[in-house]
Design a protein around this ligand. Structure first.
Ligand code: ATP
Ligand code: MG
Length: 382
């Protein structure tokens, strides 16, 4: 097979780890070029060439497309209409049509629902009158969500009573909205799934996600669920992969309800924060898997070798600027920083993986270790 030049829209930490994976496959990928607005972005520090420009900059996207053999993305906010045009210059994957559906949460949920995949009850909201009427069908609390461009829960407003209807609507200042029934879930879980260009599908074992202030804090691999729940989640993930078009890795976020029912919360058409444990826990990292999928190689082994916890290192509150990290060395502890120059409150600066390499700790032992380590791995001002 000929060596290919890979393009990535977005050069943050996901682009960085994709670039690192690509550099380990020089027989398949000769070069990586990313599009990112921040000069010296994380991916460029890992050896990618960079076009400095916005993810939605039409000219920059088309310039990138003209320079690469295959174009993928690490963020879902790229312009899917421009990516459709870019398809005349290069292969875009996952397909722009899949991106178009996924990047609008209402279209995404409608698509899943139409394909018989379980999602929480949802409805489109056009006005305050509409909201007043439709929320009565769901009851309180309910979640009002921006249909597009949301991340880290910033596009969500939990409406707790009728008194909050107007402030909820105003919070979004005119953006297209949808309303969701609030799921009183037992656990949040996710499946990292891949499909290659030949249609082969592979899923990683189900993991458990703990959020704090709507931001992923920790991923526990494997999830502490019954075998039955894990199998059901895997089945739903596979069904989802069968209906989505395009090759690549997808992060499928799900809820486990109190009745052990699985509902999909949302899908990311890209490598996902809850798959970072695979850097140490699995034979094939999610980043290598994505590359294997899009260049049409056989998918790699997804088995979990050892239980692992991934812990996100976020910028501390009340401080912005250059920072340093303590130098910590420990067995089975893997710190990965993303090369971001400045810390900002709640910014994802890095993560660590803690691996139960001897299979002696179990998840509870790993959790105990994480709770002592996490207070030592804190960014501080220089
Ligand atoms: P992210 O960037 O973290 O994926 P996002 O901004 O796209 O997030 P969502 O994934 O829709 O937002 O929601 C963020 C979190 O809010 C979820 O992980 C979950 O904890 C909670 N949440 C979302 N929808 C619901 C729901 N219908 N019922 C209960 N909780 C919900
Ligand atoms: Mg989410």
């Amino acid at each position: 097979m000929l060596k290919q030049v890979l393009g990535i829209i977005g050069g943050g930490q996901l682009g960085m780890m994709l670039t690192e994976a690509a550099r380990k496959m020089p027989e398949h990928i000769s070069d990586v070029i990313v599009l990112d607005p921040n000069p010296n972005c994380s991916a460029s520090q890992a050896g990618a060439k960079q076009i400095v420009g916005d993810f939605k900059d039409r000219n920059a996207i088309l310039e990138l497309a003209s320079k690469v053999d295959i174009l993928t993305y690490e963020i879902e906010s790229g312009d899917s209409a421009v990516l459709k045009i870019a398809e005349s210059k290069t292969t875009v994957t996952p397909s722009p049509e899949t991106l178009r559906i996924i990047q609008d949460k209402f279209l995404q949920k409608s698509f899943l629902n139409d394909n018989g995949i379980p999602v929480t009850d949802f409805v489109e909201i056009a006005s305050i009158g509409d909201l007043r009427k439709k929320i009565t069908g769901f009851g309180y609390p309910a979640l009002l969500k921006a249909r597009r461009d949301a991340y880290d829960g910033r596009g969500n407003f939990k409406i707790k009573s009728e008194n909050e209807l107007v402030s909820a609507l105003n919070y979004f200042s005119g953006k297209p909205l949808m309303l969701e029934k609030f799921v009183d879930f037992k656990m949040e879980v996710s499946v990292i799934a891949a499909r290659n260009t030949k249609g082969q599908i592979a899923t990683y074992p189900l993991v458990e996600n703990i959020h704090e202030n709507n931001i992923l804090k920790m991923t526990i691999a494997p999830a502490r669920v019954t075998k039955q729940v894990a199998l059901e989640a895997e089945k739903i993930a596979k069904e989802t992969m069968q209906v989505l078009h395009g090759a690549g890795v997808f992060g499928i976020e799900m809820f486990v309800t109190k009745q052990d029912k699985i509902l999909i919360n949302e899908i990311a058409p890209r490598v996902h924060n809850s798959g970072h444990h695979t850097l140490q826990s699995s034979k094939t990292t999610q980043f290598e898997q994505h590359l294997r999928a899009i260049i049409g190689l056989e998918l790699g082994d997804t088995a979990l070798i050892h239980p692992t916890i991934m812990y996100n290192i976020l910028g501390p509150d009340g401080f912005q600027g250059k920072y340093k990290m303590p130098d910590i060395k420990m067995d089975n502890f893997y710190l990965k920083m993303y090369g971001k120059e400045e810390s900002k409150p709640q910014r994802k600066l890095g993560h660590f993986n803690l691996v139960d390499a001897d299979d002696t700790l179990g998840i509870s032992g790993l959790l105990e270790s994480v709770s002592t380590i996490k207070d030592k791995v804190v960014p501080s001002s220089t």
